[in-house]
Design a binder for this molecule. Structure first.
Ligand code: HEC
Ligand code: HEC
Length: 202
């Protein structure tokens, strides 16, 4: 655990789920082939249902892979062809720990790019107020800071963000306890926040 201790101490689940050591990877590990069909070679999304996984932070990605592997987040990709063979639970249950770490290192270090979308300025302004009051203390720089170990929100596709807000509200995805307190959002609040993060990514 030594190389990740400074992060893992922050959230108990991270400390439990993230195994061992980091591997330095210069080239794409072979295992990324099971990801690129949906996440593209560069990890940058061109599909509103799919998040960008490039540049969101290797530690965060390691945690998400562990969370999918443990069944603490829905398996994902329901609307996709062959998803039963290809969803995250199916893929990660067959993958070695070394490959999972190599994939997280690889995508985590690639450059992040915002999704191409139009935000509504009025809704974004409402979203900013909600963000500042409830989210900004953990998601700094309008959710654009990978070192928060909380993913990147700024510039992710709005439909993906709204789907995740709903998943958190329903308690279907693991989340830090003090985040759960603020995730009982109304539909209007979800829309406003999604527009705020979309605008912040422009
Ligand atoms: C069939 C399409 C598909 C494949 C294949 C796929 N993904 Fe995904 N991925 C998605 C979708 C859709 C989401 C949106 C969230 C969800 O449904 O869980 C997602 C979400 C994620 C997330 C969550 C990111 C975040 O910000 O929380 C990670 C991490 C991820 N995928 C990694 C991978 C990796 C690594 C692979 C390959 C081993 C992979 N995915 C293969 C479609 C796919
Ligand atoms: C107490 C700190 C904290 C607060 C407050 C908080 N979050 Fe989070 N958030 C986190 C952490 C940590 C993660 C990463 C969880 C993980 O590793 O699975 C996260 C993850 C997320 C994700 C998933 C990102 C992704 O791509 O998978 C979304 C969406 C999100 N938060 C939205 C919000 C919103 C909206 C608010 C305010 C209404 C909020 N959070 C408040 C700490 C917080």
């Amino acid at each position: 655990m030594s190389t990740i201790r400074k992060h893992a101490g922050k959230f108990a689940l991270g400390a439990l789920l993230v195994a061992g050591f980091n591997i330095a990877v210069a080239q794409a590990p072979a295992a990324v082939e099971s990801c690129t069909g949906c996440h593209n070679e560069d990890g940058v999304s061109d599909n509103p249902e799919v998040p960008t996984i490039a540049g969101v932070g290797s530690f965060f990605l390691e945690n998400q892979i562990a969370i999918y592997s443990e069944g603490a987040r829905p398996c994902g990709a329901e609307g996709f062809a062959d998803h039963e063979a290809e969803d995250h639970c199916a893929i990660f249950s067959k993958m070695s720990e070394d490959d999972k770490l190599a994939i997280a290192e690889y995508f985590g270090e690639l450059p992040y790019e915002s999704f191409d979308q139009e935000a509504d300025a009025g809704l974004a302004e409402q979203g900013e107020a909600i963000h500042e009051e409830n989210c900004a203390r953990c998601h700094t720089d309008a959710g654009a800071e990978p070192f928060d170990d909380a993913g990147i929100l700024a510039g992710q596709p709005m439909p993906y963000l709204i789907q995740q807000f709903e998943t958190y509200k329903a308690g279907e995805r693991w989340q830090p306890e003090s985040m759960a307190e603020v995730m009982q959002l109304s539909e209007e609040e979800m829309k406003a926040l999604a527009n705020f993060y979309a605008e912040a990514g422009q």
